[in-house]
Write a protein that binds this ligand. Structure first.
Ligand code: AMP
Ligand code: MG
Length: 415
């Protein structure tokens, strides 16, 4: 197998040539799922002021050290502090202020007593008149139920770092510090090229010798899944003019990446290879991977180009292994594949190439069990439909007995 390029070498070669795209500014709600293109530093303390974590009474904690059910401490209620208002005075010894969750702590107060620990029968949502005095039934520690200014994030703190994906939690924090717009990395626009005289589009009836194009649909789905913008072009037939035309149409789209499937097998007289060679600077690799040994990679007019194998499973597996990390880098982040260790439940054969077989995962206590999906043909896309993940058989292995623990690249969340 020494004449084959290793998976890691191939991926290194690819990533070396991929650059992160430029930035664009989007509104905060539109930033979900995008990759942030700058560090976000808070210019505000959050919360901006000390505030109450409970509905109850603001007190001086040293006033109520001896409070109990049988011997309550009585305090004079001197103000009401609903949320959204500012306290009007300083709390003196012997005084309490009725306060709502989120309302600012008055000067002088050192603890909040929850309403349940008082004789007040005030229920949330009611607005009964302010009592003149209140009985406290339990002591409170210094600072009890007070949320301090800046405890969530302080001025100068990092809310999120460049290269992070914006999730709902980040959107919330960005909202809290008043970011109306966010700088994110542009979404990669990826044109998908499909060629083959045997291929029909999905609305065509099958006829002898023909199959329906599936790769352009799976690839479009994968591209969208990683946050790219897929553009599918009509199928080109296997003649020089159609293929040249297809590549020209693709370039006219001004894409950030080009992906074709089919036509890269070593020894095939596929015209696609000729056109790729004419138009760009493409290497035809034979990679130590199964499925997906033949892979073309390079650039056409400066645009990164992947020529994936035509077999539907090979196209998807090589996307997972090579294209996904490249698109992540373009999008300004790093691809961290989700992997688990699982115990293989069937004997598996390989040919010494690094092999990605389709498996379902069953959980057995603390252990994951991996079952083959059955047929592992690189043309049988049902194996991908059934699969929870790809079990990775290392290089230079011809036989893996059941019971071996291996790594599995997850393709979906386990239920
Ligand atoms: P090729 O590399 O053109 O020899 O194609 C290898 C295999 O992949 C053949 O069985 C093709 O029919 C199949 N194939 C190529 N392109 C597609 C496609 N877009 N959708 C489904 N199968 C394809
Ligand atoms: Mg073909």
């Amino acid at each position: 197998m020494s004449n084959l390029l290793s998976v890691d070498e191939a991926l290194d070669n690819i990533l070396k040539t991929i650059h992160t795209l430029s930035q664009e500014t989007v509104t905060l709600p539109d930033s979900l799922g995008r990759i942030i293109a700058e560090d976000i530093i808070s210019d505000t303390n959050l919360p901006p002021f000390d505030n109450s974590a409970m509905d109850g009474y603001a007190v001086r904690f040293d006033d109520i050290t001896s409070a109990s059910e049988s011997n309550p401490t009585q305090l004079n209620v001197v103000m009401d502090i609903p949320a959204g208002t500012a306290p009007s005075k300083t709390l003196q010894t012997g005084q309490a202020a009725r306060i709502m969750t989120g309302a600012p702590i008055p000067d002088g107060a050192t603890a909040i007593v929850p309403v349940e620990n008082t004789t007040d029968n005030w229920q949330k949502g009611d607005s009964p008149p302010l009592p003149e005095s209140i009985e406290i039934l339990q002591p409170a520690s210094d600072g009890a139920n007070i949320r301090r200014a800046g405890e969530n994030i302080a001025v100068g703190g990092t809310v999120m770092s460049i290269g992070t994906q914006i999730r709902p939690a980040e959107i919330g924090m960005l909202a809290a510090i008043g970011c109306t717009h966010v700088k994110v990395v542009r979404k990669p626009k990826v044109v998908i090229l499909t060629t083959g005289d045997e291929l029909l589009d999905i609305d065509q009836p099958l006829s002898p010798g023909k199959i329906r194009d599936t790769n352009s649909y799976t690839l479009a789905g994968l591209i969208e899944q990683v946050g790219g913008i897929p553009v599918r072009l009509p199928i080109a037939s296997d003649d020089m003019d159609s293929i040249r035309n297809l590549y020209q149409t693709a370039l006219n789209e001004k894409p950030d990446m080009l992906i074709s499937s089919a036509g890269v097998s070593v020894g095939t007289a596929d015209l696609v290879k000729v056109v790729m060679g004419e138009m760009g600077n493409i290497d035809f690799w034979r990679i130590n991977i199964r499925p997906g040994k033949p892979l073309a990679f390079g650039e056409i007019q400066g645009i990164p180009f992947f020529g994936l194998p035509g077999n539907p499973v090979s196209a998807m597996v090589t996307f997972e292994v090579f294209v996904r990390p490249a698109l992540a880098k373009m999008s300004g982040t790093k691809h961290n594949p989700l992997t688990i260790r699982a115990v293989l439940q069937n004997d598996m054969k390989s040919d010494g190439r690094k092999t990605y077989n389709r498996v379902t995962i069953e959980q057995d206590g603390d252990t994951y069990l991996a079952h083959s999906t059955g047929i592992q043909s690189s043309g049988a896309l049902m194996s991908m439909v059934l699969a929870d993940g790809l079990i990775v058989i290392p290089e230079d292995t011809k036989f893996i007995p059941a019971g071996t623990e291996l790594s599995v690249l997850l393709l979906r969340q386990l239920s």
